[in-house]
Design a protein around this ligand. Structure first.
Ligand SMILES: Cc1ncc(COP(=O)(O)O)c(C=O)c1O
Length: 304
């Protein structure tokens, strides 16, 4: 059972979640002409009057960039203020996932982005672990990640998630937890909703932003943390075969946090993951408000 926060942000105000409904003729529903964000808000373990958000500025920036692809002006301030108002009213006592959503809200047909009304809403849903923190098994998807020349992949565009959905379901129905997608060049791109890192010879390697990935906020943070820890970080294309001989392989994302990969296809990966463990511990400390060095990566919202 999904547990939604009681109030959603809808048409410029907070209203009860059940009343935030749309017509079946809503343009975005038919054409995937929407973009969304996803961030976690967790009660501050040290002070229940506060919620902690991880890099909301980065999430808001990516959402506004995504909105631009939909020819919609959305400002970071508006997104952040609306989230703040919605959270203050809801006062969640457990970790939640916030879903801001911008979409073509006109009714009627004809795929386009010009001469069309757009709108914005936000809702929240309780969310614990999206993937098992102890690790996941992955299938190499038979679906290929889209190319940036056919879809603006730097935006989190709803329509793009048909490929994620196909890949995830194919993986799960064939007995795996998650899918790894190659790009059209045959190089590793990402998982259905997470970026990927490998460790080889103590170097942390991840596909660059030119590999048809979503520019993940968690990915950027992990890269920054690793550099601060003097770990070598290399952004470069990753060959499929490297996945099977890496010392560590892990996924990053707001929902997945840092999740190790235990097995890819029929290849078991090592249980020891010293670099991932170090990064994971640091990231969790930051997101839970226990690391003063990266205090500027979190925002605390007073909900009382
Ligand atoms: C396709 C895809 N890749 C990567 C990510 C990870 O991005 P982030 O770390 O910003 O959550 C997501 C998260 O939503 C995603 O949907």
């Amino acid at each position: 059972m999904h547990k939604f926060l009681p109030f959603a942000w809808f048409k410029g105000e907070c209203i009860p979640f059940e009343k935030a409904t749309l017509s079946i003729a809503t343009h975005a529903l038919h054409y995937g002409t929407a973009a969304f964000g996803g961030m976690r808000a967790i009660p501050d373990p040290n002070n229940k009057d506060f919620l902690i958000l991880f890099r909301p500025d980065r999430h808001a920036r990516r959402l506004c960039q995504s909105a631009k692809f939909l020819l919609t002006d959305l400002t970071e301030d508006y997104v952040l203020n609306s989230i703040q108002k919605m959270l203050t009213l809801n006062k969640p006592a457990v970790p939640v996932y916030i879903r801001p959503f911008v979409y073509t809200s006109d009714l009627g047909i004809a795929p386009r982005l010009h001469n069309i009304e757009t709108d914005f809403f936000i809702y929240g849903i309780e969310l614990g672990d999206y993937l098992s923190p102890s690790g996941v098994t992955c299938r190499i998807s038979s679906w290929t990640r889209q190319q940036d020349c056919s879809l603006p992949l730097r935006g989190k565009i709803s329509g793009a998630y048909i490929t994620s959905s196909l890949a995830k379901t194919e993986a799960v129905l064939s007995g795996f937890d998650e899918a790894l997608l190659m790009n059209t060049q045959g190089k590793v791109s990402e998982a259905s909703g997470m970026n990927i890192f490998i460790v080889r010879n103590e170097q942390l390697i991840t596909p660059g932003v030119d590999q048809d990935i979503l520019e993940g906020v968690t990915r950027a943070s992990v890269i920054e943390l690793a550099k601060d820890m003097d770990i070598d970080v290399i952004e470069r294309p990753i060959d499929k075969t490297e996945l099977f001989i890496s010392d560590e392989v892990f996924l990053t994302g707001t929902a997945a946090k840092i999740t190790p990969i235990k097995k890819i296809e029929t290849t078991e990966l090592k249980d020891e993951r010293p670099i991932m463990n170090l990064l994971k511990k640091t990231l969790i400390d930051i997101t839970e408000g226990r690391n003063s060095k990266y205090e500027n990566w979190i925002s605390r919202i007073n909900v009382n």
